[in-house]
Design a protein around this ligand. Structure first.
Ligand SMILES: NC(=O)c1ccc[n+]([C@@H]2O[C@H](COP(=O)([O-])OP(=O)(O)OC[C@H]3O[C@@H](n4cnc5c(N)ncnc54)[C@H](OP(=O)(O)O)[C@@H]3O)[C@@H](O)[C@H]2O)c1
Length: 332
């Protein structure tokens, strides 16, 4: 039987989602890729429990995550198994989030954020997760086929029914985020986070005005894909391999070709070395220097990588010279 480490909160500060009371660990664990029914449960269990032992008390899934077309929902099932078998005594310490909006089953209600979809999806997610409530429930994407008022009202009703404590949105850009904020405010919904693609080489959240909008309204940003599919680690410093699969939000990084990108990664790695950090550690620290970022959600199947990434928390400060050097590289 699993017993959590007594030291799990020793080295970890918490961060608030905007000006709300929702507290998160600076580094959270996401279960998007390689945490489905085709993956070894015992290996994934080790990573999840090791993370919790190290103070990572936030786990992020979505109803869509799993093994592609045949496996939607299976990441929730995998986490649900571990929540039932190992983490049940710790439920009050955990922040579990899930999302709906991408494809989950056939038919018009298997995708999108209509009232009918969301109200059914939350029940299905809770069943797979073996939970009575999730801590954060997200609209996974902006659905332009459903009036935003309907999506916001359905999320608000989910909170009022006790099935979620807080709500968030993901992949919302400035126009829809502005509308959502105003509607959530009218309803008094505990709207706490926008989950966005953010990494050292992708400053869209800042340059688009999203960061300012979130900050002005006391809402947090939570970064997904902070290592850019492993690009911001030592994995591709000698070249990008054919199996590399870039996320749709980062494709412009390849505009100047793979060699230019690898050269940039090596320059960033040199800066990281001068800070006594690995590239992945510096990349996570870079995001966490911004107070609007409530947490960064990493994805890993490796206990070693998890520990390496948590080492980022030992140095979150950047000198003015480091900032200007890194800024120059990002924009170059
Ligand atoms: N809202 C959305 O639309 C959305 C979209 C994408 C992701 N997300 C969320 O964000 C989470 C993380 O996304 P992501 O998986 O793209 O995150 P990521 O951490 O940027 O990338 C994960 C990749 O980096 C590798 N990696 C991690 N640490 C490493 C290290 N120290 N050295 C070398 N390689 C390392 C992992 O391989 P190993 O397994 O070998 O460590 C994996 O291939 C997801 O699980 C999901 O919860 C949300």
């Amino acid at each position: 039987m699993y017993t959590a480490s007594d030291n799990r909160y020793n080295n970890n500060s918490v961060r608030h989602a905007g000006s709300t009371g929702l507290m998160l660990p600076p580094i959270s664990l996401g279960l998007w890729r390689h945490f489905g029914s085709a993956d070894p449960l015992s290996e994934r269990r080790k990573v999840i429990l090791h993370a919790f032992d190290k103070g990572v008390f936030h786990f992020d899934v979505a109803n869509h995550y799993g093994d592609g077309q045949t496996g939607f929902g299976t990441s929730e099932e995998l986490l649900g198994q571990i929540l039932k078998d190992d983490l049940k005594p710790y439920r009050d310490e955990l922040v579990i989030s899930t999302k709906a909006g991408y494809e989950i089953h056939d038919g018009p209600y298997g995708i999108g954020t209509s009232r009918k979809s969301l109200l059914q999806d939350i029940d299905d997610s809770l069943q797979r997760l073996n939970l009575d409530y999730v801590d954060i429930y997200y609209a996974h994407r902006y659905d332009d086929q459903t009036p935003i008022e309907e999506t916001v009202r359905a999320l608000d009703d989910i909170v009022r029914s006790g099935k979620a404590l807080y709500v968030g949105v993901s992949n919302y850009e400035v126009p829809e985020l502005k509308q959502a904020i105003s509607l959530f405010k009218k309803l008094g919904t505990p709207f706490v986070l926008d989950q966005m693609s953010m990494n050292l080489l992708n400053d869209h959240v800042e340059t688009s005005g999203l960061a300012k909008l979130l900050e002005d309204n006391g809402v947090g940003a939570i970064a997904y894909g902070p290592l850019c599919e492993g690009l911001l680690s030592d994995r591709y410093l000698n070249g990008i391999t054919d199996d590399f699969n870039i996320h749709r939000t980062n494709t412009d990084l390849l505009d100047k070709g793979q060699d230019a990108l690898v050269a940039k990664l090596n320059k960033l790695n040199d800066i990281a070395k001068n800070r006594d950090q690995t590239l992945s550690q510096m990349s996570l620290a870079w995001l966490l220097k911004d107070p609007v970022v409530a947490s960064v959600i990493i994805g890993t199947t490796s206990v070693e990588h998890l520990d390496e990434n948590l080492g980022a928390l030992d140095n979150l400060k950047f000198s003015a010279d480091e900032v200007s050097e890194i800024d120059g590289l990002i924009r170059g």
